[in-house]
Design a protein around this ligand. Structure first.
Ligand SMILES: [Zn+2]
Length: 194
């Protein structure tokens, strides 16, 4: 790259990261999708009713030893900068309709709660597309001073995951909730539907 990360303004940093993150997400989806498996019968039974059949049918899951950081992070390391967000401590990550679950961070049987959280992201990707998902994620992450818990795409996922854990089998449409919370009036993105 021509510029140093340090020398970029906030909007340029956003553009740089959105561009790189989008390509990374699409590449990772392709690589892992070929080796990923559909949801098991048990998992399907646990998650049916919360998500549409279409979502449950197309999602695939792959166990990996560790969630690896993207190659474009080397640009930060070369400059002696901290990486924006370190993925190696994450239990899971979602690339479009492919969910990776980390063996080291989430060992043992697949957690329905973790999968539920990641499926929220699958729905967000489905509605927004990879580029817009990446744009919103990076934008709110940088605007918040690198606090990923306050990213709206995450706070909705954590909120609905908490509701799932407490629901005692009483189903609700998580997919409808995601849809209604993506375009809340008053948020900077309200009305954006492209
Ligand atoms: Zn998440």
């Amino acid at each position: 790259m021509a510029n140093t990360i340090r020398g970029l303004g906030l909007q340029e940093q956003v553009s740089y990261l959105v561009e790189n993150a989008s390509s990374w997400i699409m590449n990772q989806r392709t690589i892992h999708r070929a080796l990923a498996k559909p949801l098991s019968e048990t998992t399907l039974a646990a998650l049916q009713g919360f998500f549409s059949q279409d979502t449950l049918d197309r999602v695939k899951v792959r166990r990996v030893p560790l969630i690896e950081n993207p190659p474009f992070y080397s640009a930060f390391e070369d400059e002696g900068e901290n990486v924006p967000l370190s993925f190696d401590v994450w239990a899971a990550i979602t690339f479009g309709d492919v969910i990776l679950v980390s063996e080291s961070q989430a060992p043992g049987p697949l957690s329905h709660s973790i999968l539920f959280h990641e499926l929220i992201h699958v729905v967000q990707y489905k509605i927004l597309g990879v580029n817009e998902f990446a744009r919103r994620y990076v934008n709110s992450f940088l605007q918040s001073g690198l606090n990923y818990m306050t990213i709206p795409l995450e706070s909705v996922a954590f909120d609905l995951q908490g509701r799932f854990e407490k629901c005692e089998g009483k189903k609700f449409s998580a997919e409808d909730e995601v849809q209604s919370r993506l375009f809340v009036p008053g948020l900077p993105y309200a009305g954006r539907n492209d």
